[in-house]
Ligand binder design. Structure first.
Ligand SMILES: C[S@@+](CC[C@H](N)C(=O)[O-])C[C@H]1O[C@@H](n2cnc3c(N)ncnc32)[C@H](O)[C@@H]1O
Length: 455
């Protein structure tokens, strides 16, 4: 009580902020005009006189829908009822749609989504300044092929919930999934059972399941410590369910994980070369998506000038693209994750590949290191190529093959490349993340021929 009285007299740090305007809970009718970049419908009020009001983002709607929705924030609303449906609407394949925190577009047909993503990228590249774009090739991964799951587990009084991380820290039990590979889905019930019996799992854990060629590979991060009993239970569990490796670390720790169980080598194969990636490693979301990306990249390479010619590969990961590139020329591969570079370097011997550990934000590859390369291939993270673009622009390689998992950063970097005299001469849109708004793009930039002046 005394504390409360003290606090009352003190000025609160945010007391000068204007009060948040109250949300009007009255349901209103909206017509959905388009989808925004994150896949939410852009709705406008249909009421006479209200058309001038700012548009509102309404998840799980389709262009052409008329819906009744309730405001949930300044420019957001939540659907209450579909008054009339857009023709593109389909029945979502999964009963957990709108609940589990995964897919946001299952109410639209896969064909429509691919066309939408393709049109979005083409429009974005035009806005970035691209003219005369080549026709875009496109590819979509089928359902039930996702080979990586990032899950959260929560202990409840009546068992374990295992599902996707939802906003506000909620986790919804993933009892079915149309996206994940069946070998991952079938593991979920037995994982719940074993987790419930572990001392290392008190209340919360995160779990990455990667489906390698050698079988599932698990990385568990939990809020307790592994007991001797845990180690025995987990060894038996991995043996029964053919899990090649299980690593553990303390939740939110930056330490390297400890291998609790390793039954067989954890292996993936890229272009017939076996790699042993670190636990929790980045892999392209599906084998099918990986093949589509690799094919688009290899097709975009300039003619080979013999195996002595050099390709610079930036953000190489564990070598998804590296060994395909190495059939064409010598590859200097740069990557910032130490475990990934170690795996790549171990596999590189005899394959015309040199792996370099380099944080490309802090120490970008310089123009002189890229000099006389046949091509520069880059596959940056979501945040884009950042400072590394300066080195690329200075090096002015003849061909740049840009693999992007974030069209927004691709548009930004495209603007710079176009200004520097490049053109886009091949474009592939890959819908690797079916039923989400995420898009993967492979773009080939080539340096425009210098105009020669007649003397
Ligand atoms: C989209 S992944 C592509 C990996 C690989 N090309 C593949 O297809 O599997 C991006 C990669 O960039 C790496 N990365 C992220 N930030 C980096 C940085 N600052 N310097 C170097 N590599 C970085 C990540 O570790 C990851 O391997």
């Amino acid at each position: 009580m005394a504390r409360k009285a003290e606090g009352r007299g003190r000025r609160r740090p945010h007391s000068r902020q204007p009060p948040t305007p109250a949300i009007d809970p009255t349901p209103r009718r909206y017509r959905i005009e388009a989808l925004g970049v994150s896949g939410d419908g852009i709705g406008r009020l249909t009421d006479a006189g209200a058309q001038q009001a700012a548009p509102v983002f309404i998840p799980y709607t389709a262009p052409g829908d008329e819906v009744l929705a309730r405001s949930t924030g300044k420019d957001r609303a939540s659907i209450l009822e579909i008054c009339s449906s857009a023709p593109e609407r389909v029945t979502p394949p999964c009963s957990l749609f709108e609940t589990c925190g995964g897919c946001s577009l299952q109410h639209l047909s896969a064909e429509w989504i691919l066309e939408w993503k393709t049109a979005e990228v083409v429009t974005g590249l035009h806005r970035a300044g691209a003219v005369d774009l080549p026709p875009a090739a496109s590819f979509q991964t089928p359902p039930a092929t996702r080979r990586r799951a990032d899950l959260a587990a929560r202990r409840k009084h009546d068992g374990v919930i295992l599902g996707l991380h939802r906003r506000a820290g909620n986790v919804v039990d993933l009892t079915e999934c149309s996206l994940l590979h069946p070998d991952i889905v079938s593991l979920l019930p037995v994982l719940r059972t074993v987790l419930e019996r572990l001392d290392l799992f008190r209340r919360e854990a995160d779990l990455v399941i990667n489906l390698f060629d050698s079988g599932p590979d698990l990385l568990l991060a939990s809020d307790g410590l592994p007991s001797t009993g845990d180690r025995t239970k987990l060894a038996a569990f991995c043996k029964t369910h053919r899990i090649s490796r299980l690593c553990w670390k303390q939740k939110d720790s930056q330490e390297n994980p400890e291998t609790l169980v390793q039954l067989t080598p954890s292996v993936v194969t890229f272009d017939r070369v076996e790699i042993e990636p670190p636990s929790g490693a980045f892999l392209q979301a599906s084998r099918e998506g990986e093949t589509a990306i690799r094919t688009a990249v290899l097709d975009a390479l300039p003619p080979s000038k013999g195996r002595k010619a050099k390709i610079i590969e930036l953000y190489a990961g564990c070598g998804t693209l590296t060994f395909g590139l190495a059939t064409h020329a010598r590859v200097e591969a740069y990557e910032g994750h130490p475990g990934a570079v170690e795996a790549l370097a171990r596999a590189a011997a005899g394959h015309n590949v040199t792996a370099h550990l380099r944080d490309l934000n802090r120490q970008p590859v310089e123009a002189k290191e890229m000099a006389s390369s046949l091509a520069v291939v880059l596959d940056p993270p979501h945040s884009g190529a950042g400072l590394q673009m300066d080195g690329i622009l200075e090096a002015r390689p003849g061909v740049i093959i840009y693999v992007s998992c974030n069209p927004r950063t691709l548009y930004r970097d495209t603007g710079r490349l176009l200004k520097a005299g490049y053109q886009i001469d091949a474009l592939t849109i890959i819908d690797q993340f079916l039923w989400s708004a995420e898009t993967e793009v492979v773009c080939r930039f080539s340096r425009k021929a210098q105009k020669t002046h007649n003397k």
